[in-house]
Design a protein around this ligand. Structure first.
Ligand code: SAM
Length: 452
């Protein structure tokens, strides 16, 4: 039998011991409470955590089997789930740990860190280690070369940086190993954002950087030169961010949103359904649903392709919980899209949807540029805009009663913005959007299909 990934990984990482003092430091920072070991693999770190309660989270069947076989005493604490959807209760662990560069392999990384930040309690810690791309060449996995594999010979080891099909955040390591039974190639694809990215997204998730160290020496890291950096983030107890009016309204109406928007939403949902009909999806297509709300669009996607991996973003935490509970999403996370789309996996998505939300966004070109960046070369996106008419409110002017402001456009405006973002316009139509409940406005939408 050819060796599987778990067996190879075990061989390759057998002599990686330099983390001992890092884990000691981590355990000192969280002296009590349970720990989530996210991406537990075949259990390389199990012996480090022997006197603590640990949940070992791992998605790969092969790895889970290997983990259970090696450590029968932890079988009850193995959570066979993905890092972005652990189903571990909110705030129930004191800390979460990702081993070196593991976070870089869990794409999209934003969703994994969002999930880790959800399950960690106030004052809890997240530790992850990531290669800093500011150095000329990433060093992750070169360690493998130094490792004496008992049964395997490394026949080739190629690092591509960046990968030709993706943007500059990526690198790929292709390792071929041979044993008596044959040859196996493992391809490890990693995304390498800069330190500022980690710090910014963790700060938005309510964490402060308590310590950044260089992995081997545990000296304070110089973020502009280090290679492998370990980041210790602590959750601030008072991390409730102040809410804007749109976020407040959607949090408020989330429980009744499906009921009250049933008729209003039909038109845009049907348009999206029709648009998908003409697509023949790639196997395991990856979707990003912007402003996913309660998950109506996610449901349409899964109806069309039950194997699709759908990732949803929305800034209403209440909407995010409802969408998560539909079971139609691989993962759903909070993000304020006014700051752009917080994902670094350029070229990752086959399809992106942004239905009924551009009317809340002050700078759509920023989002459109991000859509272009995140789409695969064959990718497509479906977006709606509010059509400007005589009754449209002044763009950006808050309604004195509700505090909400809306942005509307002419078809020429939309054509211009799409071109400015470097996207191709496949199709543009106008039609009924919704009846606004607040001021009984009849809103028309501009429906657009765009491509990279
Ligand atoms: C009308 S609902 C549409 C929901 C969903 N796309 C659908 O078609 O059913 C608008 C959604 O946009 C979200 N939203 C508005 N502004 C946002 C922003 N700046 N960042 C993220 N989400 C936003 C709201 O929270 C809400 O869930």
């Amino acid at each position: 039998m050819k060796p599987g990934y778990a067996a190879i990984f075990e061989q390759l990482t057998r002599s990686m011991e330099h983390e001992t003092s890092l884990i000691d430091l981590f355990l000192t920072m969280v002296p009590s409470g349970s720990i989530a070991e996210i991406g537990a693999g075949h259990g390389r770190l199990v012996p480090f955590f022997s006197d603590r309660e640990v949940f070992y989270i791992e998605n790969d069947e092969d790895m889970v089997a290997r983990l259970a076989e090696r450590f029968p005493n932890i079988v009850n604490t193995i959570v066979k789930r993905s890092a972005w959807n652990t189903k571990i209760p909110t705030g129930s662990v004191a800390a979460a740990h990702f081993s070196p560069n593991a976070i870089c392999e869990m794409q999209p990384v934003y969703f994994c860190l969002s999930e880790a930040s959800r399950i960690v309690s106030d004052d809890g810690v997240i530790l992850f280690t990531a290669t800093n791309p500011l150095t000329n060449m990433p060093h992750a996995y070169t360690k493998f070369r130094e490792v004496a594999c008992d049964d395997y010979v490394e026949t080739s080891h190629v690092i591509t940086y960046p990968t030709p099909t993706h943007g500059p955040n990526w690198f790929e390591t292709k390792i071929t190993l041979r044993n008596m039974e044959g040859e196996t190639t493992v391809i490890v694809s990693q995304v390498l954002p800069k330190p500022e990215y980690w710090i910014k997204i963790m700060s938005n998730m309510g964490f402060i950087l308590e310590l950044a160290t260089e992995n081997r020496s545990h000296q304070a890291a110089d973020l502009s030169s280090s290679k492998l950096i370990s980041y210790f983030f602590r959750k601030k107890a008072d991390s409730e961010a102040s809410q804007g009016p749109v976020q407040r309204v959607y949090d408020l109406i989330a429980p009744t949103y499906n009921e009250f928007s049933r008729n209003a939403k039909e038109q845009s949902t049907n348009w999206f359904k029709q648009s998908l009909k003409s697509e023949s999806p790639p196997k395991f297509s990856r979707f990003l649903d912007l402003a996913c709300g309660t998950g109506k669009i996610g449901a349409v996607i899964r109806e069309y392709d039950s194997a699709a991996k759908v990732f949803g973003l929305d800034f209403s935490a209440k909407m995010v919980t409802i969408a998560t509970n539909t079971g139609n999403f691989a993962a759903v996370a909070c993000a304020d899209l006014n700051d752009g789309i917080p994902l670094v996996e350029d070229g990752f998505f086959d399809y992106i949807s942004g239905i009924s939300f551009m009317e809340f966004i002050a700078d759509p070109v920023k989002i459109l540029k991000d859509i272009r960046r995140l789409l695969a070369h064959h990718g497509k996106a479906w977006i709606t805009f509010e059509l400007r008419t005589e009754t449209s409110p002044t763009p950006g002017l808050p309604n004195p009663k509700t505090g909400l402001s809306f942005y509307s456009y002419t078809t020429d405006d939309v054509r211009g913005m799409i071109a400015q973002a470097g996207l191709k316009l496949n199709d543009l139509t106008t039609g009924f959007g919704y009846e606004a409940q607040l001021d009984s406005r009849h809103v028309e939408y501009i429906y657009c299909e765009v491509a990279k």
